[in-house]
Write a protein that binds this ligand. Sequence first.
Ligand code: PEP
Length: 251
Amino acid sequence: MRRFLIAGNWKMNGGPYDAAELLQGLKEQKAEVDENVDVLVCPPFVSIGMASEILHDTDIQVGGQNLHFEENGAFTGEISGSMLVESGCNYVIIGHSERRQYFGETDETVNKRVKKAIEHKLAPVVCVGESLAQRKKDEHFDLVKNQVKAALFGLSEDDAMDVVIAYEPIWAIGTGETASPEQAQEMHKHIRDVLAELYSQDVADGINILYGGSMKPANAEELLSQPDVDGGLIGGASLDAGSFSEIITIA
Ligand code: PEP
C-alpha cells in the first residue's frame, strides 16, 4: 500500500533566516500530518541543519537537493551522502532537470548518485521528464523509459523499493503550465509499467511516483486523485507555508 509523499523542492531559495520563518509557519499549520501522507522539505544545503533542528519534533522530514557520488575528498562545492545523513536528511533529490540542464548531470551520473544515496539509506527522489520539443516529437515515452532504466541500472529489487520517481515534464516546471491529470496519469502508468518490466509488478506497485510541474492548491486535487499519482514534488508553491499546507491537506 503506497503512502502519499508531498515534497517541497525549495531550489536556491531560503537561506537559514528565511528557512526558519517558512518552517515555523509550516510547523504551526502542519506539525502533525495525516498518517497516510509523508511530508518532506528539501531546502538548500546551508539551511538543512536549521530545518532538521526546527522540525525535529514534527513528522516533517528533511532532504537534500543533490549529493555527490564520491564519499569525500577534493570535490570543491560538493556535498556527500554522509554529510546529508549527519545533517538529518533521509531523502535526496537526484537528477532534477535543472541539474541536468545547467550542471551537466547525465543519466550516468544520476545512476551513480542514486547508488550512493541508497548506500547511505537516503531515499533518492529521481527526477525524469521530457521537454516540450520532445513531447511534440512524440519521444516522451521512450525518453522517460530510458531515464528510469538508466537511473535504476544495477539496482537490486530491494534497493529499487527505496527509490521515489518524480515525473516532472520540463515544460511544466516553474511555468504555471501543468500537465493535465490525464497526461500525468498516462505517464505515471507508463513509468509503473517500465518498473514492472525491470523488476516485477509487486515492486512497481510499491514504488512512489510523484508528479512535479506547477502543482498548487488549485490543481492538486485533480492530479493527486489519479490512480498512479502518489504525491507531488513541488517547487514554487512549497515556498509558501499556506499553499504547501493546503496541498498536504488535499493529499
Ligand atoms: C520542481 O522544480 O521540482 C517543480 C516542480 O517546480 P514548480 O512546482 O515551481 O513547477
